[in-house]
Design a protein around this ligand. Structure first.
Ligand code: 7TS
Length: 409
């Protein structure tokens, strides 16, 4: 894919530390194209009103924007019904909604919850709370040396006792794409539900929740060009119907009496209080932008770029790569360490060259411990990155050890 997408992103035109900005922290959040920035601006310029409440033009328009976005998300995810799409603040809130509303009510003492060791804390800590409260057992799927989940591990850990599997579609540390279809197949065979964390997949590859047969699927808008503050929970209708509300208040009720309340039907049942309509308008523009390029093209371009990056990084003998085996199916997330140098020092030295990467534990303490490291550096790509960004990264990395007084071999 020839790449002039960079021109659509105002922030990528700026400099940082007087250098061209090379933004390689897309796993944390992506930058926003002008069309998304304009959509949010237009909302507040022309349409702002509280949706679902007023019978006047602006409120009707705000409701329309919100509900049209819901339908766009339904189509984007390949869901059957718009009522299966719940808007939240982010992936974290979506996962907490499932943990509190489904987990706390449908998981019982002795049940097993299966997670991968590579979960982001957002898809791990809520399940720990459920396990503690209900007396359930957490079981982990351990990845192999190349970061992939072995089939034997899935078959051994998903058993008749499993009630729920919480699994990331793509690891935010290793970029590995997990075999979700196989996992839903095994889980459904034993009557368990599967919660898929799509925060790192939806922005980077085509996703169809019905094809994956995910029971719940979550993501954050801000990792896919949209503003911060809007996220999505997809859930199968029969599960969402059976679950009690998570938050209580305005907009999620049908009738309220002094002592009793009946709740609104889906999706309003899970959307208490004033919602982020400006964020929805931005999310709608973000989906339009991604679909104009096409998710298959985005996936291909990123895979091409990540192969190039891995090949270039392998030329530096003092770099250790994680989850970068030759045969792994991965997105553009590259975790690595520079021998003898703490990731924060690496990141600071790169920053002086205008390069933004992430350094730390990436909200994945159990994975760090399992890999035997305290922290890693992480470069995470998006379709607007180019080979010249990778060249800048490699060039800067090749000087890190020298800057700190170490040898370069
Ligand atoms: N799940 C995964 C796989 C993630 O990578 C993240 C955020 C989340 C959930 C939570 O998303 P949020 O929008 O609710 O915060 N990951 C990262 C990251 O890798 N660096 O910064 C945030």
């Amino acid at each position: 894919m020839s790449n002039n997408y960079r021109a659509d992103f105002p922030i990528l035109q700026r400099t940082t530390n007087e250098k061209r900005l090379v933004y390689l922290d897309n796993g944390a959040t992506t930058q926003k194209p002008l069309s998304v920035i304009r959509a949010v601006e237009q909302y507040y310029h022309a349409f702002n009103a509280n949706p679902h409440r007023g019978a006047y033009e602006l409120s009707v328009k705000a409701t329309e924007i919100y509900e049209n976005t819901r339908d766009k998300v339904r189509e984007f995810l390949g869901a059957a019904k718009s009522s299966e799409i719940i808007f939240t603040k982010n992936a974290t809130e979506s996962l907490n909604l499932v943990a509190y509303s489904y987990g706390m009510n449908f998981i019982q003492a002795g049940d097993e919850i299966v997670l991968s060791i590579a979960e982001h804390h957002s898809n791990l800590v809520p399940w720990q709370q459920v396990a503690k409260a209900k007396g359930a057992v957490l079981k982990y799927l351990y990845v192999s040396d190349d970061g992939t989940l072995p089939e034997a591990e899935l078959e051994q850990k998903i058993t008749a006792k499993t009630r729920l599997v919480a699994i990331t579609h793509v690891s935010n540390v290793l970029g590995i794409i997990n075999p979700i279809k196989r996992i839903t197949e095994l889980a459904h065979a034993v009557g368990a539900v599967v919660v898929v964390d799509g925060a790192q997949s939806v922005p980077h590859l085509p996703v169809n929740v019905q094809d994956l047969d995910a029971d719940f699927f979550v993501f954050s808008g801000h990792k896919m060009l949209a503003p911060m503050g809007i996220g999505v929970l997809y859930g199968k209708e029969e599960l969402l119907e059976a679950m009690p509300p998570f938050l209580f208040g305005g907009d999620m009720i049908e009738y309220v009496e002094e002592q009793e309340t009946t709740f609104a039907p889906l999706p309003a049942k899970f959307e208490a209080g004033t919602q982020n309509v400006g964020g929805a308008m931005g999310l709608s523009a973000a989906i339009d932008y991604l679909q104009a390029i096409g998710l298959p093209a985005i996936e291909e371009a990123e895979k091409d770029l990540v192969r190039y990056a891995i090949a270039e990084l392998r030329k530096l003998p003092y770099i250790t790569l994680y989850g970068c085996g030759d045969f792994v199916d991965k997105t553009g997330v590259i975790s690595f360490n520079v021998q003898d140098i703490h990731p924060h020092d690496v990141s600071s030295i790169l920053d002086a060259d205008g390069i933004a990467i992430r350094a730390g534990h990436h909200c994945a303490h159990p994975l760090m411990k399992y890999l035997g490291v305290n922290a890693t550096c992480r470069a995470s790509l998006y379709f607007y990155n180019t080979r010249s960004d990778i060249d800048a990264l490699v060039e800067s990395l090749s000087r890190v050890r020298g800057v700190l007084g170490y040898g370069l071999k």
